[in-house]
Design a protein. Sequence first.
Length: 281
Amino acid sequence: MTQPMEWLDPAPAPAAVLACCSGLYTNPLAELLIGDSLHPGGLASTRRLLQSSGLRPGARMLDAGCGLGASARLAADEFGLTVDAVDGSADAIALAEARSVPGRIRWRLAELSRLPFEARFFDAVLAECVLSTTERAGVLRELARVIAPGGVLVMSDVEVDADAVPALAGHRLLGAALCVTDAWRPGELESSLPEAGFRIERRWDLTPSILALVDRAEARISLAAIAARDMGLDLAVLAGSAAATDGTGLDAARAHAVAEDVRAAVRRGQLRYFGLTASAT
């Protein structure tokens, strides 16, 4: 079911975080404002992750939390990978499959904590801005289970100091797109990955992608708000539900205030976006 873009309570539980993000993946208004890759860096970030993986054509990869499938299609089309893509949203899976060449990618509705695959099935797992929305320890163990020894976990995600950008917890669209609603804390991933059976091989900074996404989202929110005001655009129809938005998520002044808080947190070094590869041990 499409989720509304209202302002949320500041500390949602992981299940609520995942439901929020899954709903936004299938909201046409969110895609218009952010793009079909609902994470910082978009497909450019995905391409860099896949290049860093060392995977060769024909390797079997799982796209964990595939959303609308943009990354899975890139992996199959540009890198020649054999891709299985899973997501916890039936609507997202249906849309992703409809946008794909039949038979090119295998799409499945599945929870990351209970993957429908045999042990050691994949050469790699791609997880972009999704692991922070899950029950992390259990999901990391499940990913380690389905990766063959020597296989690779390729991921991007956000790391944030506690309470660095409190305004983001109240803006569903930007909070989900920037993956900060329940982001990793400094040092948390470095301890969690070895406990789950991974060895970190490389980590690199992608933080400028946060600023680019915020700039783009703020500009598009302003344009959408102008269109709604001056052209009589029915945003509820565009979002696919009569209750899809009450306008707060498209308030240009509030979006600007949140964006300024994000930029300040980046300047202070309290909000970071990273790419990472880790081998299964």
